[in-house]
Design a protein around this ligand. Structure first.
Ligand code: SAM
Length: 244
């Protein structure tokens, strides 16, 4: 997967060379390039923003600079998906991450100031590009860099071959058709500071362990995310699930 990130602070993305994403780059599974939007400016101040048309506080990112940059970056083989983080867009979900993990080329545009000129996504959609705008939550950040890092981590860990153990992404929170929150996790020792792990987990009975974890996941999801329970497809639940 080729990943281009456009930002006025491309150094933000140096951290992507660490950990599993760094290893995936070394193995050639993903290629990440962070670009400085200012490289596409022509004035001495390298300005990427201007005052809002109609007045108001703050500055808005100029469409001309973005377009020069995007025309160059999107001009590649393999259908690119262009993603702009935006606090007023639909929320990015695990389902979006799962879908985007199969893309060949992702390009992310990090907004700053009051955001980017609204005509930028409109223009590229009209050119036939798959343009997405996503929020990562109901709060406002200073810029899109952190939001892009969040989305990138969620997407890349789902690329086939990315995780050392592929099973570790199969049964996770928000994952699969009838998604639940994951059951609680414990490690050794079984007794620690007066707290014991649930006895069934040390029983060695895999059937009982699976049932216990499934019941935990259902109970935890009902308590913390009743909206997810309402969305469950009841025809896919077994009799035991329904009792929980
Ligand atoms: N004026 C905008 C508003 O009120 O909706 C906020 C702009 S914010 C200061 C600057 C940039 O940060 C946005 O263009 C976007 O790229 C990014 N950003 C801020 N909060 C975000 C969020 N919750 N999710 C995704 N991106 C966000």
């Amino acid at each position: 997967m080729n990943i281009d990130i456009i930002s006025v602070f491309p150094e933000y993305f140096d951290v992507l060379n660490l950990s599993l994403l760094g290893k995936a780059q070394e193995r050639g599974l993903v290629q990440v390039r962070a670009h400085n939007l200012r490289d596409w400016t022509h004035d001495v101040h390298q300005s990427v923003d201007d005052t809002p048309v109609g007045g108001g506080a703050g500055m808005v990112m100029k469409p001309e600079v973005w377009a020069e940059c995007l025309d160059e970056i999107l001009d590649t083989d393999g259908a690119p998906v262009l993603i702009f983080p935006n606090p007023s867009a639909p929320t990015f979900t695990q389902q979006d991450a799962t879908e985007l993990a199969h893309a060949e080329h992702l390009a992310f545009g990090c907004g700053r100031y009051e955001g980017y000129d609204a005509r930028i996504p409109v223009y590229y959609r009209a050119q036939g590009i798959d343009v997405r705008e996503y929020s990562i939550g109901d709060y406002v950040l200073n810029g899109g860099e952190v939001a892009v890092s969040v989305m990138l981590e969620a997407i890349t860990r789902l690329i086939p071959g990315f995780m050392g153990n592929a099973d570790s992404i199969v049964e996770e929170s928000y994952t699969g058709t009838n998604a639940l929150l994951e059951h609680r996790q414990y490690t050794k020792p079984a007794h620690w500071r007066g707290l014991d792990v649930p006895e069934v987990l040390t029983s060695g009975d895999h059937g009982k362990v699976d049932r216990f974890r499934r019941d935990e996941a259902l109970a935890k999801t009902s308590e913390l995310r009743p909206d997810m329970i309402e969305r469950l497809d009841c025809t896919l639940l077994d009799k035991q699930d329904r009792k929980t």
